[in-house]
Design a protein around this ligand. Structure first.
Ligand SMILES: [Zn+2]
Length: 141
């Protein structure tokens, strides 16, 4: 827990929106980001092949011929499983960034937490008033 830095939740959300998992990479949560990417990939198995093809075609057209792409419609309903996973990953990245910043604030304010139960501990005691853990060895947290 040595290097905790403030991260902007909206940046994590926007990055996650652009590409699933990248918001988590910004938050240095590599494995979680990879897991969300795999989840988004896996969710595409629940989408009918025709819908995947239509989407790929629409995306390609958007790059090559933007005007023609405007008249194309995406199979929104069929793509819902993917949207659901992507939305969840964006919310997850946002919440992690928020929690991360809360932790940074606590460290800046010198808040001590019990290593065994994670509850806030009073500065003047050397044991956890919640679970009784002896904190003598953990003062250099
Ligand atoms: Zn405790």
């Amino acid at each position: 827990m040595a290097q905790v830095r403030r991260r902007r939740p909206w940046i994590a959300a926007v990055l996650g929106f652009i590409f699933t998992g990248v918001g988590h990479i910004y938050l240095r949560r590599w494995l979680r980001g990879a897991a969300w990417f795999m989840a988004a990939l896996a969710s595409s198995f629940f989408v009918p092949e025709a819908a995947v093809e239509a989407t790929t075609q629409a995306a390609t057209t958007a790059f090559t011929n933007p005007q023609a792409a405007q008249s194309m419609t995406l199979p929104i309903k069929e793509l819902l499983p993917i949207y659901a996973v992507i939305t969840a990953s964006i919310i997850d990245a946002y919440i992690i960034a928020k929690m991360n910043n809360q932790l940074v604030e606590e460290i800046e304010q010198g808040v001590r937490r019990c290593p065994s139960c994670a509850k806030k501990i009073d500065d003047s005691v050397n044991f956890c008033q919640w679970c009784g853990t002896d904190l003598d060895d953990d003062l250099t947290l």
